[in-house]
Design a protein around this ligand. Structure first.
Ligand SMILES: NC(=O)c1ccc[n+]([C@@H]2O[C@H](COP(=O)([O-])OP(=O)(O)OC[C@H]3O[C@@H](n4cnc5c(N)ncnc54)[C@H](OP(=O)(O)O)[C@@H]3O)[C@@H](O)[C@H]2O)c1
Length: 284
């Protein structure tokens, strides 16, 4: 693996030959990011059906490229794939209405947080191949990571799910759905921890005497640049950290605090355990 593709998807998804139709249910932030990715990777807009009560101007504009917006679902039979990207709270109302579109070969992919395969299977009211996936917000710029678990899916359907989800970044499969709570805690919620780090670093810089706008810029660029370096480098994070830490130097002085007793590692373990617990509670 080269230094520049350490965490890129193992292959660029190619949707040029996708037979369709592909139905997206809910074209909000995540659904919109998926559509951007699908079109970027060659999906013919004419294969796309979008169900969305309040489409953005960009989604409405798909109609001029052959995309279908809010058609009568009873006219759509045996669709290849349905991707559900509505809020989990409305799943109970939205899923049963999809049943007429589900044929023997239809794959249903859900990105709804906390909605289990068991729940999806019951609410869809038809047996079908299912994939439950958890993306994260860098999907908006094609740099997310999605973790997925499949049920009753053939190899071809898993491959299709992989291609659809890879349109917003890297994809990892798990076999044990119970891991999804820890996945949610680490990568689903993870971007918020990184943004908090940026806030805290900027506040600490201002407290050390920097003008606040400079502290904010230093924090933002340091985190963005370090993230990109981490992504491109073949080195482990610990090695990258050691490489900027001279014995007895300034970095070592700060790391002594951050890595001390009840330091960042302990705090992160407690935070991830709390998020994992909460994910389990919300899934019911
Ligand atoms: N954003 C993230 O970081 C993230 C990360 C992991 C997982 N997810 C999951 O991704 C899903 C979508 O999140 P989001 O942030 O993209 O939410 P969002 O921006 O609110 O998008 C949901 C969209 O679905 C539409 N909708 C509501 N009822 C519908 C129906 N019956 N049929 C079709 N569309 C309907 C909503 O329209 P209205 O606005 O008119 O209600 C909205 O445009 C959620 O289940 C969430 O758990 C999100």
């Amino acid at each position: 693996m080269s230094a520049s593709d350490r965490s890129a998807p193992s292959e660029t998804p190619d949707l040029r030959n996708f037979s369709g139709p592909l139905v997206l249910v809910g074209a909000g932030k995540m659904g919109g990011a998926l559509i951007d990715g699908w079109l970027r990777f060659g999906l013919d807009a004419g294969k796309l059906v979008v169900l969305e009560p309040q489409p953005s101007p960009q989604i409405s504009a798909l109609a001029s490229r052959g995309g279908r917006l809010n058609p009568d679902v009873r006219a759509l039979i045996d669709v290849a794939a349905i991707v559900v990207a509505v809020k989990p709270q409305i799943a109970g109302e939205a899923l049963p209405s999809l049943a007429p579109m589900i044929g023997a070969a239809t794959l249903v992919v859900s990105i709804m947080a906390g909605r289990t395969l068991r729940f999806l299977s019951g609410a869809l009211q038809r047996p079908c191949a299912l994939v439950r996936a958890m993306p994260n917000t860098p999907a908006a710029i094609g740099r997310g990571i999605t973790v997925a678990v499949a049920q009753r899916a053939s190899a071809a359907q898993r491959e299709l799910a992989y291609r659809l989800l890879s349109a917003t970044g890297a994809v990892e499969w798990i076999e044990d759905e119970a891991l999804m709570d820890a996945v949610t805690a680490v990568s689903g919620s993870g971007p918020a921890y990184v943004f908090l780090l940026a806030e805290a670093l900027a506040q600490a810089g201002a407290a050390a005497g920097l003008p606040p706008h400079l502290a904010e810029k230093l924090a933002r660029e340091t985190i963005a640049g370090s993230g990109e370096l981490l992504r491109r480098s073949p080195l482990e994070p610990a090695t990258l950290r050691e490489n900027v830490t001279s014995p007895g130097g300034t970095t070592a002085a700060a790391l002594k605090v951050l890595m001390g007793e009840k330091g960042l590692a302990d705090l992160m373990k407690t935070a991830i355990a709390a998020a994992t617990r909460r994910s389990r509670e919300l899934a019911g």
